[in-house]
Design a protein. Structure first.
Length: 340
């Protein structure tokens, strides 16, 4: 069997660990040939395909980013785009494709599978928002990065008697914000799943400021006040989704106007999905990669590999398309215990 391998969408820690696992498992356990597709779905459209022998993945386990490159190219944008992708799969005699991507990339994989493409998905995203799996790799490194930032900002917040606002990624789910916020001891956490009240937020911060004189507020980029829209940049990505960003500055400005307390904003941005993956993400990525090849060997195409109750299992791509895994009430309630 000849397997094509690509990474698509935003990069995240652990991609190279997954690539290494796929190539090594395919070659050494099953004797399959692997080829790499450069720059995500765009490489499959353009025919930018390279051999990937085992030696090509030596020494990449701890590296951030992806040695194959990535893009947000939409392979099902129109009929001509789909036709180019199918032609290159046939031209390079690829028997199956392993796609490492987030919700947009795996949704595109599902649409391509309806055109006869044999695809196995591997879920990756720092947002941890893919329905059907208990976790995605990249998330734990992002959480550690945000937790480290919270730890660092405590000292300056306390020294200057300020409110420090930390804006995280996450799109429509607040997993990074709530998990890092709990781990870092945030005094308030604002997430998309819980539209917030300006009055309640400022009242709690004023009450705390009278005693502690400083606060740490973690804000997910998709968080929004009650009866308001999510703050966006005004741009769309290649899958037609609005780009989020800027809510941290909106929150800071409103708090200052309502309370007179000095605020500062740290928007962590892309640093959350950069750098060396932590051990949890490496292990997840390796397991996802190994199980993806095993699924391909068993002919279980049209699925993505999911972690469910400690087991890695193939799940139909259709189960995640158009859905988002949101923060559950219980997790947020634990965070609320420590607010104020």
């Amino acid at each position: 069997m000849k397997l094509g391998l690509l990474t698509s969408g935003g990069d995240c820690p652990g991609l190279n660990a997954a690539i290494r696992a796929v190539v090594r498992t395919a070659s050494e356990r099953f004797g399959f040939e692997c080829v790499g597709v450069r720059n995500g779905w765009k490489g499959l459209h353009d025919g930018d395909i390279i051999p990937m022998p085992p030696k090509s993945v030596a020494g990449i386990l701890a590296r951030g980013g992806t040695i194959l490159g990535t893009s947000r190219f939409n392979p099902v944008h129109d009929a001509d785009t789909v036709a180019h992708v199918l032609e290159n799969i046939a031209l390079h005699r690829i028997d199956g494709i392993i796609v490492i991507g987030g919700d947009g990339s795996l949704s595109a994989a599902y649409e391509l599978s309806k055109h006869g493409c044999k695809i196995i998905g591997v879920p990756k995203t720092i947002d941890n928002d893919i329905t059907g799996t208990d976790a995605t790799f990249g998330f734990y490194t992002a959480v550690q990065t945000v937790t480290n930032a919270i730890d660092s900002l405590h000292a300056t917040a306390e020294s200057h008697h300020r409110i420090m606002i930390i804006e995280t990624m996450g799109r429509n789910s607040g997993w990074i914000a709530v998990t890092a916020g709990i781990a870092g001891g945030a005094d308030m956490i604002l997430i998309p799943e819980r539209p917030f009240s300006w009055d309640r937020l400022t009242r709690q911060l004023v009450t705390r400021h009278e005693v502690k004189r400083f606060s740490i507020v973690v804000v997910a980029e998709g968080a929004k006040p009650e009866d308001s829209d999510i703050v966006t940049t005004g741009e769309l990505d290649n899958f037609g989704r609005p780009r989020y960003g800027g809510i941290g500055y909106v929150v800071a400005r409103e708090i200052e106007q309502r309370t007179g307390i000095s605020c500062r904003v740290t928007a962590l941005g892309h640093v959350q999905r950069s750098g060396t993956p932590v051990a949890e993400d490496r292990l997840l990525a390796i397991n996802f990669g190994v199980h993806a090849v095993e699924a391909a060997a068993a002919g279980k195409f049209g699925n993505f590999i999911a972690l469910r109750e400690g087991h890695f299992v193939p799940v139909p791509l259709s189960e995640m398309k158009g859905k988002t895994r949101y923060v559950d009430d219980r997790t947020y309630e634990i965070g609320e215990i420590f607010f104020g």
